[in-house]
Write a protein that binds this ligand. Structure first.
Ligand code: PMP
Length: 304
């Protein structure tokens, strides 16, 4: 990973190497934390951050859902994220805010714990590789199910929940796939280990609803809007595993993954085995929107 110079910690810019938390931080032991992933894109007028307030609002919502207090307002976090991109002189960036419970108690009752708030930013290219973005990736349906509403809160970005995603990702990579597709405990399609999933069939775009136990992705919402505004029919619907095999096109969306075509699932080629027209259009619209080339979506962008 490419390092930058400064990390924002609890209101101060500290050197990358000094951005440390205590070994007995509650969050390290029990996964009591929430986080975000945000991207800033290079433009002729400097970096612009994509849907920054929405991400910070989701951070607050995730924290509230898991009972983690946040010491900073959405507005303060937005300002801090811009500062960290600017101070590091980054032309484009992946921004990682994290709120974790710190020291004060190692009991499972976290009431006495401090919280630590951290925002890092560094340059990060395509999460699933440049070749993946261009030619599509391979995915395997995981034996690990996405954790259920009765277990944790799927629609909150809690650090502890990512043990589930990490198991799915590890299994997929060890089996030779680029990424995992997770079903939910009802056996319906949920999402990737760190991405939402879209399917195209007969020109219609379908994505699982939030009630399938997915994270309500900000890229997902943006792609739904961009495609609908472009005249494409987009629906939320439950999907069976076999729907994946019969799809004309499949793609993942996420802040890190952006729009990544899926060319193969469980060793079965999807459609022609090449990124299809709807996927390519989604990629093009997304790229134009995040780099400020579409007037209609300028309010999604914020300069630093
Ligand atoms: N699902 C999971 C499990 C994720 O970790 C992510 C990445 N945050 C997403 C979906 C995509 O969400 P977003 O588009 O908001 O980055």
């Amino acid at each position: 990973m490419e390092q930058s110079q400064f990390i924002w910690m609890d209101g101060e810019m500290v050197q990358w190497a000094d951005a440390q938390v205590h070994a007995l931080s509650h969050g390290l032991h029990y996964g009591t934390g929430v986080f975000e992933g945000i991207r800033a894109y290079a433009t002729a007028n400097g970096p612009v951050v994509f849907r920054l307030p929405e991400h910070m609002r989701r951070l607050h919502r995730s924290a509230a859902a898991y009972g983690i207090p946040v010491a900073w307002s959405v507005e303060q976090l937005v300002a801090a994220a811009r500062d960290v991109v600017r101070e590091n002189g980054l032309p484009s960036a992946y921004i990682r805010p994290l709120v974790i419970l710190g020291t004060g108690s190692i009991s499972l009752d976290p009431t006495a714990c401090t919280t630590r708030t951290i925002i890092a930013a560094w340059e990060w290219g395509a999460y699933l590789g440049e070749d993946g973005v261009r030619n599509g990736i391979t995915a395997g349906v995981s034996s690990w199910r996405r954790f259920a509403e009765s277990t944790l809160i799927p629609n909150a970005k809690g650090t502890g929940g990512y043990l589930n995603s990490v198991q799915a990702k590890l299994e997929a990579v060890r089996a030779g796939f680029d990424e995992a597709i997770m079903l939910n405990t009802a056996g319906l399609v949920a999402e990737g280990s760190g991405e939402n999933l879209f399917l195209v069939r007969d020109g219609t775009v379908i994505t699982p609803p939030v009630t399938a136990g997915i994270l309500d992705g900000i890229t997902r919402a943006s792609i739904i809007r961009l495609l609908q505004d472009d005249g494409v029919e987009v629906r939320e619907a439950d999907l069976a595993r076999s729907d994946l095999y019969y799809a004309d096109e499949l793609f993942f969306t996420g802040t890190a993954a952006e729009v990544t075509p899926i060319r193969e699932v469980d060793h079965r080629p999807i459609g022609t085995g090449r990124p299809g027209p709807v996927t390519l259009r989604a990629q093009e619209l997304f790229h134009q929107a995040v780099t400020g080339k579409l007037d209609k979506y300028q309010n999604w962008l914020e300069s630093v």
